[in-house]
Design a protein around this ligand. Sequence first.
Ligand code: ZN
Length: 104
Amino acid sequence: MKKEPGPGFRKKQIELEPCPICKGKAVMKGVFYELACADCNGSGWVIAGSKLVVSTDELVTQLSFKLQQAQREIAALKSQMVGRQSQYEKLNRLGAGGTNYTGD
Ligand SMILES: [Zn+2]
């Protein structure tokens, strides 16, 4: 039998979307200076669909999830770029010694 972890053991990631009021900028242009946007708790994010404000406690965790996800994506993109770069260099090296190498 598979044992599932009970509810409450794992934090659930809430789907977030950019705040429609401040357009995800987290601040609103005041007359003299920028103010933290009240509609998203100054985070720039609201709960997707319901557009509800995430509580400050929950927000810290949710933003951390989002940041970790973004960092993973950046790392994946970087390794992809490195992979492409080394492939390109390999092709260049092959071509350097014998241009027009046809293989016979
Ligand atoms: Zn906002």
